[in-house]
Design a protein around this ligand. Sequence first.
Ligand SMILES: C[S@@+](CC[C@H](N)C(=O)[O-])C[C@H]1O[C@@H](n2cnc3c(N)ncnc32)[C@H](O)[C@@H]1O
Length: 332
Amino acid sequence: MASEPVDVWAMADLVTPFAVRTAATLRVADIVQDGPVPLDEIAKRSETRADPLGRVLRFLVRRGIFTEPEPDVFGPNEASRSLQSNAPGGSREWLDLDGAVGRADLAFVELIEQVRGHHPAYRAAFGRSFREDLAHSPQLSDSFDDLMESKSGEFVPSVAASLAWDRFDQVTDVGGGKGVLIAEIVERYPAVRGTVVDLAGPARAAEDYLESRGVRDRAEVVVGDFFDPLPAGADAYVLCDVLSDWEDEDAVRILTRCAEAAGPESSVIIIELLPDPDGEFTETDLRMMIYVGGRMRDMDRTERITAAAGLFVAAVTTLDDGHGIIECLPDR
Ligand SMILES: C[S@@+](CC[C@H](N)C(=O)[O-])C[C@H]1O[C@@H](n2cnc3c(N)ncnc32)[C@H](O)[C@@H]1O
């Protein structure tokens, strides 16, 4: 079967990604969103130097992002609009070099160190782990919580719609972040009560978020560490995009805490991206490896870690975006 030739040189280019990320970080697309703006003004508003900024923007114009209708004046185009802040389906916040994920991407320059077995890439790049960075920096931590919330856009409603969550009286979202999924579930199923368990920072954000969604009366927040015993008595314990942050041994410890809290009658529900033909799974696998030393898992591997925690996979629902909702029960 004929396939497209692979342009390895273009694939390995670092100039374009860094130019795009620099423009994203400086919010140039926001500055020019209403029409062409002189370079000096863009430099002033982005607190940068006009000469290097102009050279970056001229390069991006050649790549099809922004326009230069007259010398040293830059304007928007369709491509630049997707770099505006909060653009629907946009990428600015993910590419922002001052944000949690844009910064973490910079650790890829140390991929070779990790592959050679010398150092974890993130620590080699920044001197401490991703989690230590979030714990030290409220700005990075808030940025990460916001990115997790934005990722949730279409995904969370589809998770809430794809399972009959009203089978459960009480759902506990372990490592539930700001509580976006719990808010969606209790909003959609008025008889269900929810709990978010997370570390202190995200738990604080969850209190505010659940309040803002008007579901605080049916959704509580518990500050907790999922390596410690979890609040018992829920009918379902959810781990959404949590286990892929961890290597197998830690993932089994987290699952074991969920299984202990769940007892003999309740479900543990894992939500993770499953292997796909277009490569998102393998790309995310590398990101997990570099950012946090985690990994993506196919169903065989997921079944191995659930079995090690005393659970078995009872049902899998696959979502259009490639995530699986994997319902596990105690293996009695
Ligand atoms: C990738 S985020 C997923 C958040 C949320 N479940 C979602 O799908 O958007 C991982 C979450 O695990 C939380 N987390 C990390 N370590 C934790 C720990 N030891 N105990 C409890 N939560 C933890 C993080 O704070 C973060 O909210």
